[in-house]
Design a binder for this molecule. Structure first.
Ligand code: F6P
Length: 476
């Protein structure tokens, strides 16, 4: 089926649906739980939108289709491309490089060639699907060449790009053998969006240094007369939906059941992360185990629940991390746990939103300690679920969310003693103190939800090319 011309095209590595097997044995699609699709759904519906992305499986090419009113356009990847483009260049080169080189990035020329080839394929699909003068919004580090490749094919389009992960400082980006190509790829967009202003600054500085274009503040002056704007748009969550879920009877019951299953401890501390080496799971668990070993907490009345969602399991560094965490949790529980009372309740599994909300409701202290994180939506989700203005958030200063959630207990994940102090303080804080902090954070998260984020980006994109013919209808 060929898809109709779309006035708004979203281009992301993954489609917002996963393949599922239906009760009758047939194949169907289930909407992925991410906030991005929730935010963009209304604007896509009112603007004949289409979403271009990979289904997540090798050689899967079902052709364009409509799912629950959304027009979806799959881009197939071969097994080799999954290895070289997705696991390789995206997740073993760009991911560590853009996260402060927390792990060593690998640079392989064949991976780069696959990255160029796959980006070209995404750009071609977008060029086919977009109506004349349409708006195309490209997402994330896997697709940084798409803006330029697409502009070459379709100069009529208005093109925006948003990077969901950090953008590294000039010194680190300099390691990238294809640094100029990546910068030029991004410069195909009219607006390049980042989570933080610091990242936008890094980008503009790099363009000046490495490409040689003139810049002024957040603007890049292109030789063809265009200007490119680099700005921060901190992403958020569907705050109202999370709060509504958290208030539901079934989540309230499930939260109580979780506390009971854990033996009704006085305190529950919680970590929920993708199992990723950027998330700082290891030092967080070490800090907790030292506090237990030193007698600040007893496993009889306190427990740390750590959920690690399986992720990128074929990438070597993720396998190593899984073994490290398995060993660490085993050692800590072996040394400190008692029958029926582990120091850490560890789950290597992914949970639906309902269960996440129940865990957020059950937890007294949420611990989010990445070494580097573009934003970290778990921190915002916890805040959204604490409608009683209680609960404490311990948050790494290296998560983008720390810029907005200033009332959290901010920690440096490299400083184990500092984290221990913050965990003790947050756990022992007076209810009044918790309320003061949580109220302020809840205000921030409810005023800046994901719909506001999407609207702001699209409005900036529209005003960046005012002479352009088409106007989009807003999200709300
Ligand atoms: O944060 C970046 C990101 O690519 C998200 O867009 C995505 O939800 C998450 O990481 C998981 O990534 P993957 O698509 O590799 O499973």
């Amino acid at each position: 089926m060929t898809s109709p011309a779309a006035d708004l095209v979203i281009v992301a590595n993954r489609l917002p649906v996963d393949r599922v097997t239906l009760p009758d044995g047939g194949q169907g699609w289930r909407r992925s739980p991410g906030g991005l699709v929730t935010a963009l759904e209304p604007v896509m519906r009112s603007n004949d939108g289409a979403w271009i992305g990979w289904t997540g499986q090798a050689d899967d090419d079902p052709g364009a289709f409509v799912d629950d009113g959304l027009s979806l356009v799959p881009v197939p990847l071969s097994g080799g491309e999954i290895e070289e483009f997705y696991e390789g260049f995206s997740n073993a080169t760009l991911w560590p490089l853009y996260h402060d080189v927390v792990a060593k990035p690998e640079f392989h020329r064949e991976w780069w060639e696959a990255y160029v080839r796959v980006n070209q394929r995404f750009a071609e699909r977008a060029a086919e699907v977009a109506a004349r003068d349409a708006t195309v919004w490209v997402h994330d580090y896997q697709l940084q060449l798409v803006p330029q490749l697409l502009r070459e094919l379709r100069p009529d389009l208005r093109i925006g790009f948003f990077l969901h992960i950090p953008f590294p400082p000039t010194e680190l980006f300099g390691q990238m053998p294809w640094r100029r190509e990546l910068l030029e790829g991004l410069l195909g967009a009219d607006v390049v969006g980042f989570q933080l202003t610091g990242a936008a600054g890094n980008f503009v500085r790099l363009v000046r240094q490495r490409v040689g274009h003139k810049t002024h503040r957040d603007l890049v002056y292109m030789p063809d007369g265009r200007t490119v704007q680099a700005m921060a748009f901190p992403i958020s969550i569907d705050t109202a939906a999370f709060e509504e879920l958290a208030r539901s009877d079934s989540v309230t019951e499930r939260a109580a059941a979780i506390r009971t299953a854990l033996g009704n401890p006085e305190r529950i501390l919680l970590g929920i992360d993708r199992l990723d080496y950027t998330k700082g799971i290891n030092p967080r668990l070490r800090a907790w185990s030292e506090l237990v070993a030193e007698g600040h907490f007893s496993v009889r009345d306190s427990v740390f629940v750590q959920v690690a969602t399986p992720s990128r399991e074929r990438v070597q560094q993720y396998r190593v991390l899984r073994d490290d965490i398995d060993r660490l949790v085993g050692r800590i529980n072996g040394d400190l746990g008692r029958l029926g009372s582990p120091a850490i309740a560890y789950m290597h599994s992914s949970f639906p939103r309902h269960e996440m909300a129940a865990l957020y409701r059950a937890a007294d202290v949420m611990v989010v300690t990445p070494f580097r994180d573009g934003m970290n939506l778990v921190a915002k989700e916890y805040v959204a679920c604490r409608y009683d203005n209680d609960g404490a958030l311990v948050l790494s200063e290296f998560a983008g969310a720390a810029n907005e959630l200033r009332q959290a207990w901010l920690v440096n994940p490299w400083d184990i003693n500092g984290m221990k102090e913050a965990l003790v303080e947050a756990t022992r804080a007076e209810p009044k103190e918790l309320t003061r902090r949580m109220k302020a954070m809840r205000k921030t998260v409810s005023e800046n939800d994901v719909a506001a984020w999407a609207n702001r980006f699209l409005a900036e994109l529209e005003s960046a090319r005012p002479a352009h013919n088409k106007k989009l209808r807003p999200v709300r």
